[in-house]
Write a protein of this length. Sequence first.
Length: 149
Amino acid sequence: MPNIGTVLKEEIARVCRKEIRQQVEPLRKVSAAYRREIAALKRKVAALERQAAVLEKQAAKTVRETTAAEPDRPMRFVAKGLVSLRARLGLSAGDFGLLMGGISDQSIYNWEKGKSTPQKKQLVALASLRGLGKREAAARLETLRAESE
């Protein structure tokens, strides 16, 4: 038969473990809930940072387009530059005119030959097309054609 002291000691230890478990279990649950909430907030922050980066890029692009559209100094027109721009983009005169806002192909030919020069608002449109690449110009052209149909 075990010693009464040993039995008493084991019973006290069992009761203590039970009491501690009752006190700690709610804290564990709350701690787990906080961890889940923190993880969700971290995911939201990461998503918002990605969204902010995208918006920042769009804002920078808009600023670049605005500054290109409204230059501080007077713009000059060189017919040779128009010829090279149109050749670089690989566009016909009609397509180039459509990109510039519905300018006729004959006007484009006259500008290239130096017979006439674009108006100020047309120069602004021309300046905005200088930064385009071949693919982007084709994509814009497709969009414009889809809108007109």
